[in-house]
Design a protein around this ligand. Structure first.
Ligand SMILES: [Zn+2]
Length: 91
């Protein structure tokens, strides 16, 4: 599969597919660069890259229960992830 259908937060070496809306979470780095990502890849980016500001994206509430936004879900998941964890799944 091509990689250009995935969200902006997906790392180049991370081949996993997006989960849900691809513009669910807005990530801003220390330089002011903004990327929109799905919950899955946003969580991995948060766990791997320091200093990100996390906010809800344009689709941040689609598919998520009221009161639990995609950005909060991504932050919560990131706490259980090791940095660049997809690179450590190779047997
Ligand atoms: Zn994604």
């Amino acid at each position: 599969m091509t990689t250009n259908t995935r969200c902006q937060a997906a790392h180049a070496t991370d081949t996993s597919p997006c989960e849900g809306a691809r513009q669910a979470v807005r990530l801003r780095d220390g330089k002011g660069n903004v990327k929109l990502g799905c919950v899955h890849h946003a969580a991995r980016a948060i766990a791997s890259i320091g200093g990100l500001t996390v906010a809800a994206g344009p689709h941040g509430y689609q598919g998520y229960a009221w009161g639990d936004s995609a950005s909060r879900t991504a932050i919560r998941r990131a706490k259980d992830l090791a940095p660049f964890d997809w690179q450590q799944q190779i047997a």
